[in-house]
Design a protein around this ligand. Structure first.
Ligand SMILES: C[S@@+](CC[C@H](N)C(=O)[O-])C[C@H]1O[C@@H](n2cnc3c(N)ncnc32)[C@H](O)[C@@H]1O
Length: 449
């Protein structure tokens, strides 16, 4: 491994230009042998992405040069240094500064002596005056305070406060900064639970049970896609909130199911397992490369009842009627910030209106494919009212043959979660459940057309 910090710096620059943090991290960790280096890489890499606004606030407070006038290598190098100074007790300040300056030196060889000494000067200055940092006032400017303290764009903080109030918003922001844990769903199509647990034990993988009986929270697994149980198809990596979808849809053997947006296949392969490979699942996705991911998962997991179709769900037509429809639609993703922290910086508020319009079109085009008495589960991994409650209310208002089913009764049957809820929707909020953010609504077709 070359200089660890310069590799982190390179990886962070790639995230800035649009690479997915989780995929990039996997490939970077494969190049590292020492588990301690792997750990440090992950800690600094995700730490900088998560806390970018806070780190920039600190740098801006102690540097005379404006952030937008700095070379991007210098700015990211400074973030790496400041993150270690403020968040990592185990790295001595001298080492944190030295290694970060070295990283900038490697990234800007020879030609930029000034940039290197500038990085060194700013980091030393910050280290000296660290204790004098003031955050915006909580009482006079509470939105800015939350935005800097938890490092979220101001629009998102305002939105969460509007939707949930200050206290709940703060809880959501805080939970979004926690590192997401790896969770395995046991795949019953390949092995019994006893064998699944035995293989985990043989690989010395420790786990905790979750609020879903087939979902296991793993403790410190280096590469969850390389374990024996995974290779043999006994496990699928899936969050517990996402895992609720197929359970709430409640498929029965031999049913006909339509999945409107299926890739990479987490929920659709879970449905297949719950149906014991019987019946017929038609799984759509607009993207061929993502359909290929479902195919890989189907093969590994031993699924036999899914037909894949490349289709735009806005226009999709077929002449069948379905017992169940899963509408796990593309969304703004605000519930997944703990596993994909770059969402904070990549999305702008306009994505919400765009996604809500797409979701509306997809639902409108497919509602009629439900049999009478059949149910459709609408789900998103986001926390915006427009894409969730508002959208479902509009759909129900415009379609009187469809009624909202109280999903919370189903929840009690399929999980150990006990959420107090005054309405028929289910909204899982990070910080209130130990899981990612999700929204669910269950709709039933009640009379003939
Ligand atoms: C939230 S993901 C689905 C996750 C999937 N249900 C799972 O559990 O693994 C949304 C998917 O919708 C697909 N998509 C986006 N627009 C679409 C459209 N108009 N029609 C069908 N699929 C679409 C994307 O390619 C993406 O794979």
């Amino acid at each position: 491994m070359n200089n660890l910090r310069s590799e982190i710096l390179k990886a962070l620059l790639r995230v800035e230009s649009g690479s997915y943090s989780n995929l990039l991290l996997d490939s970077e960790l494969n190049k590292i042998d020492d588990p301690r280096d792997k750990n440090l890489f992950t800690e600094i890499f995700y730490g900088v992405i998560r806390n970018k606004l806070y780190l920039d606030y600190i740098i801006d407070n102690f540097s005379k040069t404006q952030l937008n006038k700095m070379d991007k290598e210098v700015l990211v190098g400074l973030r790496i240094g400041v993150y270690q100074l403020f968040f990592l007790d185990k790295v001595p300040a001298r080492a944190a500064i030295y290694e970060s300056v070295e990283a900038v030196k490697i990234m800007l060889p020879g030609r930029k002596k000034g940039a290197v000494s500038f990085t060194n000067g700013v980091l030393r200055n910050i280290n000296r005056k660290k204790d004098k940092l003031n955050l915006p006032s909580k009482s006079n400017n509470s939105e800015k305070y939350l935005s800097i303290k938890y490092s979220y764009p101001l629009w998102l903080v305002k939105r969460f406060i509007n939707q949930y109030g200050f206290k709940r918003a703060e809880r959501i922001l805080k939970a979004g900064n926690k590192r997401a844990e790896v969770i395995y769903r046991h795949n019953s199509l390949k092995m019994q639970k006893e064998e699944f647990e035995k293989l985990l034990k043989e690989d010395e993988i420790k786990y905790k049970k979750t609020f879903l009986s087939s979902f296991y929270k793993l403790k410190e697994v280096d590469n969850p896609a390389k374990t024996e149980v995974f290779k043999r198809g006994g496990a699928y990596i899936q969050g517990t909130s996402a895992g609720l979808a197929s359970l709430l849809l409640d498929p029965k053997e031999n049913m006909k199911i339509l999945d409107l947006a299926a890739a990479p296949g987490g929920k659709t392969t879970h449905l297949a397992a719950l149906m014991n490979n019987t019946g017929q699942i038609t799984a759509l996705d607009i993207s061929q490369s993502r359909l290929n991911l479902i195919k890989e998962n189907i093969d590994r997991l031993g699924v036999k009842n899914i037909t894949l179709k490349k289709a735009d769900a806005v226009k999709y037509q077929d002449d069948q009627k379905y017992d169940r429809i899963l509408a796990d639609l593309p969304c703004s993703g605000l519930g997944l910030i703990s596993s994909k922290p770059e969402i904070k910086w990549e999305k702008s508020e306009s994505v919400i209106t765009k996604m809500a319009a797409l979701q509306y079109k997809i639902l409108n085009n497919n509602l009629d494919k439900l049999k009478i008495g059949g149910t459709l589960l609408y789900s998103t991994c986001t926390l915006s009212q427009e894409e969730n409650q508002d959208l479902i209310n509009t759909i129900l208002k415009e379609n009187d043959k469809f009624k909202l089913v109280d999903i919370n009764k189903k929840l009690e049957k399929v999980s150990t979660l006990n959420l107090k809820n005054d309405n028929k929707y289910l909204e899982l909020l990070p910080g209130e459940v130990d899981s990612e953010g999700f929204f669910y609504a269950l709709i039933k077709k009640v009379e003939s057309d």
